[in-house]
Design a binder for this molecule. Structure first.
Ligand code: NAD
Ligand code: UD1
Length: 345
């Protein structure tokens, strides 16, 4: 199968490129390097010994995307491209709506004009909002998001679903669309080679990259955002999923999308919650020394608990996560300790 990965030079896209190539699929990548570098794709080629067709372009640029998609005519598009920093989205909502919504609209217009049929979209567990009780099932109502980033995911899910519905009726669509919405829980870890991993710009917002940078000595200590939640150790619980498990989920989802029509939603998570302090301890085991932390105030917008009911992906896609938190921390540490400054050599 021919696949095209928008945002494929990023964290999840680059790991998915490896999994796709290893499953025998062809991979093209379109990225504007807003939050990544072409070095990630050079390393994907090194890991797999296979070539990636790499295009530098803004996915919102319709003229350019028409050229690229005509040249590639992929069986499936996997749409990762987007801005993803929650705090930044609160400060820069216009840029977030413009970028995230426009990329999706441009892809839908190009797909309609070219008769391309299948798209897999990177959504987030954030669409479950604050009122659902975990484990979250795909049939739970979408909730209210706490920030513009979350709303862009919410809206893109709706736009893709509506387009799939309209395409079934024909109208100006050449063929019915196949849309797969993947709701990621907390993607963490790195490829076991240590050649690719998460490379956040500036101070990390997310837990695992922060812990990694403390462990490697780039930062002094972690601040744990609150220890007064109603959980066994007082800290929030999340469903941390190894990025290679997530990547393998995309292979199954793309294969599924190529053979079906309409819209399907899947959670990609492990179904197992871990607390912040459990993750800090697991990382200490992986790196061989304690990770310094202090307890701080709660972070605005945090939910206490979030984890997946992952049974639908297992039943329908035949996929389930197989790597646990010790592998997650081992691989995150391998990447961080071999690339202390990320991709900058
Ligand atoms: P990332 O920032 O590493 O990757 C996103 C990629 O998209 C980057 O390479 C960036 O340069 C590119 N990009 C952004 N706007 C673009 C545009 N207009 N044109 C071309 N390229 C563009 O992020 P990631 O963690 O790999 O996330 C991938 C997707 O998954 C994103 O849509 C993100 O919102 C979603 N997601 C991520 C997480 C997570 O925890 N990492 C959780 C849920 C959902
Ligand atoms: C965050 C986003 C979510 C996004 C996801 C993946 C918020 C409110 N939610 O989820 O929309 O989809 O990232 O990008 O930002 N923690 C600390 N100290 C830190 C960092 C985090 O204690 O320095 C805690 C948090 O309070 C949370 C857990 O670690 O309990 C995980 O945090 P994080 O990695 O930011 O992910 P989420 O908050 O689940």
């Amino acid at each position: 199968m021919k696949t095209l990965l928008t945002g494929g030079a990023g964290y999840i896209g680059s790991h998915t490129a490896v999994a796709m190539l290893e499953a025998g699929h062809e991979v093209a990548v379109v990225d504007n390097y807003a939050n990544s570098s072409a070095e990630a794709i050079a390393r994907v080629e090194k890991i797999t010994g296979k070539k990636v067709a790499l295009y530098e372009a803004d996915v919102a640029d319709k003229e350019r995307m028409m050229e690229i998609l005509k040249a590639e005519m992929p069986d499936c598009i996997i749409h990762f491209a987007g801005l993803k920093a929650v705090g930044e989205s609160v400060a820069m909502p216009v840029e977030y709506y413009r970028n995230n919504i426009d990329t999706t609209l441009t892809l839908l217009e190009c797909m309609r004009e070219l008769g391309l049929t299948s798209i897999v979209f990177s959504s987030s567990a954030t669409v479950y909002g604050e009122d659902n009780v975990p484990p979250f099932t795909e049939t739970a109502p979408k909730g209210m998001c706490t920030n513009p980033y979350g709303w862009t995911k919410w809206m893109q899910e709706q736009m893709l679903t509506d387009a799939a519905k309209a395409s079934e009726k024909g109208e100006d669509w050449k063929t019915p669309l196949s849309v797969v919405l993947l709701r990621y829980f907390n993607p963490v870890g790195a490829h076991e080679s240590g050649l690719i991993g998460e490379d956040p710009q500036g101070i990390p917002n997310n837990l695992m990259p922060y812990i990694s940078q403390v462990a490697v000595g780039r930062r002094d200590h972690l601040t744990v955002f609150g220890d007064d939640y109603d959980t066994p150790d007082g800290t929030c619980r999340r469903d941390y999923i190894h990025v290679m498990d997530l990547a393998e989920g995309h292979v199954k989802a793309a294969e599924y999308a190529a053979e079906h029509k309409g819209t399907e939603v899947f959670n990609l998570g492990t179904g197992e919650p871990y607390s912040v302090l459990e993750m800090v301890k697991a990382f200490g085991r992986a790196c061989g020394h304690d990770v310094a932390y202090e307890i701080g105030a709660r972070r605005a917008g945090d939910v206490q608990d979030s984890w997946a009911d992952a049974s639908k992906a297992k039943a329908v896609l035949g996929w389930e996560a197989s790597r646990g938190i010790d592998e997650i921390c081992r691989d995150a540490w391998n990447w961080q300790s071999h690339n202390p400054q990320g991709y900058t050599k």
